[in-house]
Design a protein around this ligand. Sequence first.
Ligand SMILES: [Fe+2]
Length: 323
Amino acid sequence: MKKQAIQNNNTYKCWLMVSVLLGMLCLSACADITVGRGNRTDSQSLQPVTVEEVSVRVPGMEGEKRFLYLSDLHLIVESDQVAESEAETVHGRVGWSSYDGISAADSWKQWVDYLNKEDTEGVLLGADMVDFASEANVSCLKAGLDELEHPFMYVRADHDTAPFYLDGVTNEDSKGYQDTITPNDEVMLWEYEEFLIVGWNNSTENLSPAALERMKEIFAMDKPIILLTHVPIKSLVDGSLATQSKEAWQERELTWGSGCYHYPDAVTWEFLEMIYAEDSPVVEILCGHLHFTWDGWVTQTVHEHVFSPAFERCMGIITVSGE
Ligand SMILES: [Fe+2]
């Protein structure tokens, strides 16, 4: 019995040591996991996965100006404004616009922290920042923009202003939520000494006659124009944009132009002709909408960059200089 007891005691000591060792291993593994989780949700830690850089040359310009670009974040905060029949769809879309297990709404707070650390003249927001215009979604976006320490130009598109998936919310309600952020002017303008940044607001819709007149005044200012629009402009010289759009979007060419899903009325056609003109002041078009990247020429002189979506952690950096 005594021998058995000693054996049991030795066995006990052996298990104790194994347990302690296992415990230490477990602790270090748990610590790694904690650090990993900490890094992922720490508001300081968001890094864009892709940075798409665009250089715009303005002959004669001294120094350089740097802008940041985000679009297509499609953030969603589930709320009781969502129609019961759409709740499952909306929940699925939260997953679709999440990245690495973090919803677009949660990543937005981290994006703002990240953007605030960047040196920039301003942030260009190329629309579809929210997935639909509920009070909760727009409030979440606004809370981030209230914390943003840079000027921003926010052009909207249908997802920013329409009450998709909602119950009892009108178009006017949705547009009212958006107006709490900034006035929803049809044409936006940042004027610099050497160039202009011009925003075509709500470019999922045709341009209004009043907006066309405003565009004509701006084009007559005789400065190079960087055009911010959600929907890209069809290329007249490179068919690859149309091909890629049709591949990604069930045979639809989701750009403005002839034969496109966004088919212009007479007013918008006139605006497109101003962009396509040989002496067009437009030097660069910055846009999103397609959820893939494309970089190329719309005409011989007008360049266009389509940015990947922010819900995939893509950010743009636009550098404007004389070089
Ligand atoms: Fe989008």
